[in-house]
Design a protein around this ligand. Structure first.
Ligand code: C2E
Ligand code: CA
Ligand code: CA
Length: 520
């Protein structure tokens, strides 16, 4: 990627000379020059080179970084609390100005620290401040002295690189690696150890839409937003496409309420089958936004916006109602669908009234609770210290709802955790299923999961089954339930009926082929 700041005018000769002289690498030459001066009997010159000049330069550089540090302290870094946005912009503005006068460049990074909220739930809120302070110290250690690290949000910190010759993506990614490594080191607080992840959004001066603190920070925020969608430890650099995506996010955020009211947020359904008999064992409800202008949007395009707008509960309710309606529709059409799976996010699970709301809704539709499988992510089982989540899940399970453990294998749930949660079925993540017919290592892992589940008397479902070869292999390995594009893609409710009828027709044809006289 091209570096440099096209909008920056070339600085004057004097400024350039000054900036050359104040570079630290000149100082490395002083001992050599001093030795030469000493050899030629110029002791006074040697003294100047060894002591006076370095001290003056250090004072100058120190003065600049101290000035910046003082500015930071005034704006609240010392309090450990997040710093006001306007002040952050001012700090970045100062660095940009320095870059422009020295023909240098720089970069801004917004670093989102994830999983600190887990600590929040278990250890109390003040621990967040201590954890962030520690992380800021760690990050400072892996950067150069004049670089700036400040807390830009509750779980967010900003890094502004001091003026430098190169700040292209190669250079910045190197720094990002160091920052992420520093953050991911185990964090010991109050006698407990935790590991946190970080997502990073980058904007270099060359990438920024304008050479200002406001523009650089906004662009790094955009990049961070997209990085966060990709999950743990993702990093994204700003580009105009990212800006367009973020603009769509903003547009969607302003339309959520209207979409919920108009019924535009509703599920598509993906079948789950019994690999041995071919029978339908259920459908998973997968949220879709039927947007009047943008078409059908997938969760990756809107889930983050729904969550950050605080509308998870409303969306969950819309999906639940539509799923219960779907069960009734299948019943009326005479299609045997034992259960529908609904995905519950962490936000929904931390609502103390979640279980009662689901129970009430299912009762209102006059459906048996065992016809609803609630899908929780493996990472949720690590929150077993959270009373609200545990109460919601226990209530639902005791009431007769089924519990599916989603994306199994991607988190860090132990056998003990799974057993404690009373899970009915493990959904083995797609990453283990994809290509397992060709990879013995993968087969071994899936085999181990299957036998573990059998020992615990838990059902299993393979997610993301795409090819007949995978399906065949899973059948031979004894995985009872299958879901994936190879069986069918998610589809609108109307299409599920045709799909199911076609399927039972094929099954009937198959039976007729096997017993032709029976159909005479
Ligand atoms: P998930 O719960 O793991 O859902 C399975 C995802 O894998 C779905 O993506 C599905 O379309 C996709 N998939 C299924 N079979 C295959 C396959 O064979 N190959 C490939 N490549 N993909 C396959 P989708 O619909 O985009 O949903 C993505 C995620 O969004 C879901 O992952 C789930 O975590 C979340 N989500 C979807 N609907 C809801 C909802 O109503 N509420 C909440 N909280 N989350 C939802
Ligand atoms: Ca799921
Ligand atoms: Ca899944």
């Amino acid at each position: 990627m091209k570096d440099g700041t096209p909008a920056t005018p070339r600085p004057s000769f004097v400024k350039r000379l000054k900036s050359k002289i104040t570079q630290v690498d000149w100082m490395m030459m002083f001992p050599v020059l001093a030795a030469i001066a000493w050899l030629y009997g110029e002791e006074a010159v040697a003294m100047v080179l060894v002591a006076v000049l370095p001290a003056m330069i250090a004072l100058d550089a120190g003065g600049r970084s101290r000035a910046r540090a003082a500015a930071h302290l005034n704006i609240g870094a010392a309090s450990g609390r997040p710093i006001h946005r306007r002040a952050l912009q001012q700090v970045v503005d100062d660095v940009v100005e320095e870059c422009q006068s020295q023909d240098r460049t720089m970069a801004v990074m917004q670093v989102q620290v994830d999983d600190l909220h887990i600590a929040d739930g278990e250890w109390g809120a003040t621990i967040n401040d201590t954890a962030m302070e520690r992380l800021i110290q760690r990050v400072s250690v892996v950067l150069r002295g004049p670089d700036i690290v400040l807390r830009s949000g509750d779980d967010c910190l900003m890094v502004a690189l001091a003026p430098t010759r190169r700040a292209d993506l190669d250079v910045v990614m190197n720094i990002v690696d160091r920052i992420q490594a520093a953050i991911s080191e185990p964090l010991k607080l109050e006698g407990r150890t935790m590991r946190v992840h970080s997502c990073i959004g980058i904007c270099t001066l060359a990438m920024a839409p304008a050479p200002t603190g406001a523009a650089l920070l906004a662009a790094a925020d955009c990049a961070l937003r997209i990085a966060r969608r990709q999950g743990d430890d993702s990093v994204r650099a700003f580009n105009p496409d990212i800006q367009a995506q973020v603009e769509i996010d903003h547009r969607l955020a302003s339309q959520i309420d209207q979409a919920l009211e108009a019924g535009h947020l509703r599920p598509w359904f993906q079948p789950q089958i019994d690999g041995r008999t071919g029978a339908i064992v259920g459908f998973e409800a997968l949220a879709r936004w039927h947007h009047p202008d943008l078409g059908v949007l997938s969760p990756a395009q809107f889930l983050g916006t729904v969550t950050s707008s605080g509308r998870s509960a409303e969306m969950g309710e819309a999906i639940l109602k539509a799923s219960l309606e779907a069960l009734r529709t299948w019943d009326r059409a005479g299609i045997d669908v034992p259960s529908v799976g609904i995905n519950l996010s962490l936000e929904e699970l931390t609502d103390p009234r979640l279980a009662e709301r689901i129970i009430w809704e299912v009762d209102r539709y006059d459906l048996a609770p065992e016809r609803v499988a609630v899908e929780i992510l493996e990472t949720v089982t690590l929150r077993d210290g959270d009373e609200t989540i545990m109460r919601n899940l226990t209530t639902l399970r005791n009431e007769g709802f089924r519990l599916d453990l989603d994306d199994f294998g991607t988190g860090a749930a132990s056998i003990a955790h799974i057993a404690r949660f009373g899970v009915h079925r493990i959904k083995i993540d797609r990453s283990f299923i994809s290509g397992l017919d060709k990879d013995e290592g993968q087969r071994k892992v899936v085999s181990a999961i299957l036998s573990l589940a059998k020992q615990l008397d838990i059902d299993t479902l393979a997610e993301g089954v795409e090819t007949p070869e995978e399906q065949d292999m899973l059948g031979r390995m004894g995985c009872p339930h299958l879901q994936g594009f190879g069986i069918a893609r998610p589809m609108p409710l109307e299409e599920t009926i045709d799909w199911a009828l076609r399927r039972s027709g094929q099954a009937a044809d198959g039976l007729r082929d096997m017993h032709p006289q029976g159909n005479a």
